[in-house]
Each structure stands twice: as C-alpha cells, then as structure tokens.
Design a protein around this ligand. Sequence first.
Ligand SMILES: Cc1cc2nc3c(=O)[nH]c(=O)nc-3n(C[C@H](O)[C@H](O)[C@H](O)COP(=O)(O)OP(=O)(O)OC[C@H]3O[C@@H](n4cnc5c(N)ncnc54)[C@H](O)[C@@H]3O)c2cc1C
Length: 303
Amino acid sequence: MPADFFDRALVGAMPWVPRPLIWRFSQRYIAGTTLRDAFEVVRELNAAGCTATMDVLGEDSTTTQQVDAARDLYLEALQGIQSASLDCNISVKLSEMGLRFDIAQTRRVMRELLSDARDRGNFVRIDMEDSSVTAVTLDMYRELRKDFDNVGVVLQSCLKRSAVDVDELLHGGRTNVRLCKGIYIEPEDIAYRSPDEIRESFQRLLEQLFEGGATRVGIATHDPELVTHAEKTIRRLKVSKHRYEFQMLLGVAGTLRRQLVDKGHPLRVYVPFGELWFNYSMRRLRENPDIAGHIIKNLFSAQ
Ligand SMILES: Cc1cc2nc3c(=O)[nH]c(=O)nc-3n(C[C@H](O)[C@H](O)[C@H](O)COP(=O)(O)OP(=O)(O)OC[C@H]3O[C@@H](n4cnc5c(N)ncnc54)[C@H](O)[C@@H]3O)c2cc1C
C-alpha cells in the first residue's frame, strides 16, 4: 500500500484526536493564545536577525462582534509593536474582517487598520484565502493601494490566473506581493495540481514580478529548490535588498531560515497567535503528515 495512503488516513483521523494533544504538537507553529505570547516570540525572532508578521488567528467571521474583536486585537498589536520597537508588521485575512457577510464593514475595518498602521510607520499584508475570494481580495487591494502605500497582497502559484493577476497589478501601480504556492485545495480547471507545475509557476511568477518592477516581493516558501532559484534570480537581476524578503512560517524549516539570515538575506517569519488556533493547526498538520503520525502514535502510546 502506498505511503501516501497512510498519510492521508492519518490526517483523516485527526478530527477525532483530543484537542490538548493537537495543541501540544501545534505549539511549534503558534506563538500562543495571547498578544503577549506573540510579542515574546517576535522579540526572540528580532534578536535572531528576522523580522516578523503577526497574524491574529481566525477566518470566516460571521458576526460584527467577531470582526470588532479581531480588529481591536490588531490595533492593540500595532500599538504594542510600536511601543516595544519591534520589527514586525501584520497579516490580515479579509474573511476574518467580515468579507463573507458585509463587505462594506470589511472595507471600513481595513481602512482603519491601514490608517493606524500608517500613522505608526507600519504595514498591513492582506493574506490570500481560497479561490472563491481571489477576485474580491485583489479588487480590495487595488482599491486600498490608491490611498495607502503601506498595503500588500498575496498571490498563489497554484492558481492558473496568477500570471494575469501579476500583469494587471504591475500595470496598476505600486505592487507589493507575497508569493506563495497556495495552501487551499482548488479545482483542477483553475489550479495546477502537480508539485512540479506549482513549482514552475512559482519560478515564472517570481521572475515576472521582479522583471516587471514590483515594489517589493515576499518570497514565501520553505522549498529548498525554490529558495535556490530565488537566490539565483536575485543575483542575476541584481535585485536590491529593499525589494525582496524571504518569508517563512513559525516552526517550519529552521535550518534553511538560519542559512538565509546568515547569508544576509532579509527574512520575515509569520507569527500566528490567538484563541482560534485549531483550524490553523489542522492545516499545518495536513501539510506535514509526519507530525500527524507522531500525534496519532502519542494518542495510543501516551500515559
Ligand atoms: C510566510 C508565509 C505566508 C503564507 N501565506 C499564505 C497565504 O496568504 N495564502 C495561502 O494560500 N498560503 C500561504 N502560505 C502557505 C503556502 O501557500 C504553502 O502552503 C506553504 O508554504 C508550503 O509550501 P512550500 O512552498 O513551503 O513548499 P513545500 O514543498 O510544501 O514544503 C517544503 C518543505 O518545507 C517543509 N514544510 C513545509 N510545510 C511544513 C509544515 N507544515 N511543517 C513542517 N515542515 C514543513 C518541509 O520540509 C517541506 O519538505 C504562506 C506561507 C508562508 C511561508
């Protein structure tokens, strides 16, 4: 039976695993449940030569109260980052800010966050969610960048549309993009499915962004092959350090991260925190069945 089958079976069993056990294994990916935990982790990352971006965990808010709570936490984060002189910005999901039930509210909240961040010399990255909201997320980014130059967005190399999106964004003005593979499972007619195709698309998009004059590109990957290609591209095109940064998730690929920092590349770590850690953890664990395997083993061998 293929190893892949066991991996998928393990991941399929995850919803039945007790939350405290998932929490134990998720700790490497999550700064903690409070803002204070996140500040602590960011301080350590800064001391190790990395910048950071904070993510208040949560998505698909369904009430105004949820949106307000997330907004307040982000505002508190921006204030704390400034007063502690941390090198850290914020990453926000539009669905957490009400995109799926009240886009006018999302627009208001995003303007509020961007304006507060601008006053503090800070920056807001709009994370990219699944393909049902790609177009509306890019529209929101285009609208916001007319008034704010401290906003960026994310493109996913698994989506076939991304090359056209890069072109359109570059033609529209200042373009600040984080490029990643894309974490959501998308239908075959709109997305590349094979790892090689996704990787090749990533390489093409990165070159397109640099050659087309993107203001800044976040190269968000732990894939050694993509990192090597990015380093070569940066050298070949003589891309200066203020136009790019590598980006990695907290708890992933620590050795590669240190190697890049030691070579003098700018590197930002994505630091998620908050009470709503469960869905994020499940996504990380789904990506890494090795860990899912450890969890299931612990389930049967613990005590
Ligand atoms: C900073 C940052 C921001 C992101 N933002 C978004 C976003 O807004 N929208 C979106 O759709 N996706 C986002 N992603 C996720 C991204 O799309 C990929 O799903 C994820 O980064 C895995 O792809 P990879 O390029 O690292 O390559 P992979 O081939 O998946 O991973 C390469 C290697 O990295 C290690 N690795 C990868 N994942 C894990 C893990 N969970 N645990 C342990 N080791 C691991 C493994 O050694 C693996 O072999 C983001 C990723 C990063 C780094």
